[in-house]
Design a protein around this ligand. Sequence first.
Ligand code: GDP
Ligand code: MG
Length: 164
Amino acid sequence: ALPIVAIVGRPNVGKSTLFNRIIRQRLAIVEDQPGATRDRLYSKGEWLNREFMLVDTGGMTFDERDVLAASVTKQAQLAVDESDVIIFTVDGRTGITTEDIQITEILRKTQKPVIVAVNKIEEFKKQEGDFYEFYSLGFEEIVAISAANGFGIGDLLDKVIENF
Ligand code: GDP
Ligand code: MG
């Protein structure tokens, strides 16, 4: 079986954009409103001739905040249970949120490799400050990316396949 790589993170950080970027197709729905991905979505990905199954853990559409929060942590837990490597996606523009911390608490309990992808860093020089804040979450593997323009995706995938 192929190794499973799960993309987790709160709504609107760019998980589906990252998923589409890695598989070089547009299977996942990208939306400005949180919760656009209705189910978990799987597709085969490849980097330097290493194949893997990539999972976009979007969750479902919820109206109430408490239900949304519950779904974020539930998706993170499912990803921990089912995957071999976890890409924890956060938003470099908004900084750390309460939901990011809830997810961090779940991911800290696993022995599985977690790579933090600080997304929406289009220009590292201008946005360095946004990036370093995320070291405070306590994960060692951290990389600045822009799922939208492709910056850092190679570095991220290098770190992912190191863990197979
Ligand atoms: P998801 O809810 O985590 O799956 O996030 P989406 O992939 O649906 O993206 C949410 C919003 O963030 C959309 O408006 C995307 O266009 C935007 N977005 C995603 N990646 C980037 C990025 O690298 N840079 C910027 N500036 N916006 C991004
Ligand atoms: Mg999505």
